[in-house]
Design a protein around this ligand. Structure first.
Ligand code: AMP
Ligand code: MG
Length: 400
């Protein structure tokens, strides 16, 4: 065994996790349960939407040609033929020189090709005076103008928003095909770890990572399965990892991912499968393991919670996206650096920053501090080829 980590660039780590990502199967769910799920098949309109020529205003349905030259002084005078009923199948028709009242959303009667807004019309008994000309199509949405029958309204791979769900409803999709929610096993390892309800004695550390990773996974649309704390002991870790591999699509093990004599994660993954990468040129997060066993990815995360979280964002995000056949979605804000950020060339640095009024101030702290997680807005990536970023530079901050 080598004594030191053989690091690979972040881009290579991302390529590896994508290459071992088993796509989760598809399932069908009722539309109302599909919020934030990843669409697994295109949704198409089953009919034209809106399906009929529809007025967008309250007014009078007219043949636009009848209103040419209409004005305040000399209005067009049209014969009133009655009202269009909302939801009625037969709206009636207007012959040249006549009009019908149509409410917003009502069907345009046959013979009409525009609607004159009620504000510019005046009804006098059986006649309607139109004080402004309307152009053909004015104040009308045509039958297939929103979506035509057969048209894709939502593309596969999309994370469904409430807006998407509304559009799918209009397309008649009572059920939608989505990617099954990945089950992700979470194992924390370390002799020093204690449950969070314990009062830690000196040397003991509360198990932060189960909670950090579990809720991160929920935010990414996955289902966390908790396997608790495992001591630095190969047999126990192997048994827990095997159980997790039976029940989950992916397993995350935090702690023990480096090369100390107590670090068992790599050896245990090797005993059940293979380690593909041990060490990534990322800071924080260098002791990261990418492996697989039983045809499923197994990721060894560094124990420090802030490092763990950076690796989740920079690498595991890509794995989850590939498993769910979607894109990594990132919320970013633009800011200007308030201080210089030095960086070692050849290493991709993820610098925590606090953004205030468009200025990104680096939150430097000693390795392993938790406070940087809550006292920062997100991360600025310093590419591997760069020796740092300078004060005043424009940066994109990946918001936590
Ligand atoms: P390791 O990666 O096992 O070398 O651990 C690095 C540091 O992270 C040590 O200070 C550990 O105590 C800490 N650590 C490891 N696992 C966790 C965890 N689940 N929650 C909080 N801190 C942890
Ligand atoms: Mg440890």
């Amino acid at each position: 065994m080598r004594l030191f980590l053989q690091v690979v660039p972040v881009s290579e780590a991302v390529r590896v996790v994508r290459s071992i990502a088993p796509p989760v199967p598809k399932e069908s769910v009722p539309l109302e349960d599909a919020l934030h799920r990843i669409l697994a098949a295109d949704v198409r309109a089953d009919v034209d939407i809106p399906g009929f020529d529809r007025s967008t205003v309250d007014g009078y349905a007219v043949a636009a040609a009848d209103t040419v030259g209409a004005g305040e002084a000399i209005p067009a005078m049209l014969h009133y033929r009655g009202r269009v009923a909302m939801g009625g199948r037969d709206p009636g028709s207007v012959a040249p020189g006549s009009c019908m009242y149509v409410p917003t959303g009502g069907v345009l009667p046959k013979g009409a090709d525009a609607v004159a807004m009620i504000e510019y019309c005046e009804q006098l008994g059986d006649d309607v005076l139109v004080h402004r000309p309307v152009a053909p199509g004015e104040n009308v949405v045509f039958a297939d103008e929103d979506f035509a029958a057969g048209e894709v309204v939502l593309e596969s791979g999309r994370a469904l928003s409430p807006r998407d769900i509304g559009v799918a409803a209009a397309a008649g999709a009572g059920e939608v095909s989505v990617m099954r929610i990945p089950r992700v096993g979470i194992i924390s390892t370390g002799n020093e770890l204690v449950p969070i309800v314990a009062a830690p004695r000196p040397g003991e550390v509360r198990d932060v990572n189960s909670y950090l990773c579990g809720t991160y996974l929920m935010e990414r649309g996955c289902h966390p399965v908790y396997y608790g704390i495992v001591r630095d002991d190969r047999e126990n870790l192997a048994a827990t990892l095997s159980a997790a591999l039976d029940q989950c699509d992916l397993v995350l093990i935090s702690g023990g991912s480096s090369k100390d004599e107590r670090d068992n994660t790599a050896a245990v993954i090797t005993s059940l499968g293979e380690v593909l990468v041990h060490g990534v040129a990322i800071a924080p997060g260098k002791p990261t393991i990418l492996g697989q066993a039983a045809g499923k990815p197994v990721i060894g995360l560094p124990g420090h919670p802030a490092s763990t979280y950076v690796v989740l964002v920079a690498i595991v995000d890509h794995l989850l996206a590939a498993m769910m056949q979607t894109e990594v979605s990132r919320r970013t804000v633009s800011a200007v650096l308030a201080e210089n950020v030095p960086s070692a060339k050849g290493r991709e640095d993820y610098v925590r920053v606090m953004v205030k009024e468009g200025r990104a101030t680096p939150v430097f702290g000693k390795s392993g501090l938790l406070n940087t997680l809550t006292r920062s807005t997100g991360l600025v990536r310093v590419p591997a080829g760069s020796e740092g970023l300078e004060v005043g530079e424009a940066v994109e901050v990946i918001v936590w």
